[in-house]
Design a protein around this ligand. Sequence first.
Ligand code: CO
Length: 129
Amino acid sequence: MRITLVRAALLAAMVGLILNALNALNALPAAAAETAAAAGTTVKIDNFTFTPQSLTVKAGTTVTWINEDDIPHTVVATETAFKSKVLDTDDKYTFTFTAAGTFQYFCSLHPHMTGTIVVVPAGGGGAAP
Ligand code: CO
């Protein structure tokens, strides 16, 4: 009887460990899904390229640039609406677009690197009368 109790306790402990391991595995796809959901507001910088090169968002959206290149880059609006500091590898820059419009930007270190953020009105209603 005593042995059975000890075995039951061990079994319970093992089940607990397995459940913890399963929870850890489940956390990974959840994080991946979160990243995918955020992809619509993220611009990757890699290989001297902004990806996507043109991104359309609604007004009020915060766009995040992530430097995944192994050299520094910047994110600078042509019309001075925003300007990042120098972004080293894995650095991020965020800017919240409050007004609708088309915003051209480039990397001030490599001006041939260009991108566009198109901000559409948040309302989603018809055109103004
Ligand atoms: Co650059």
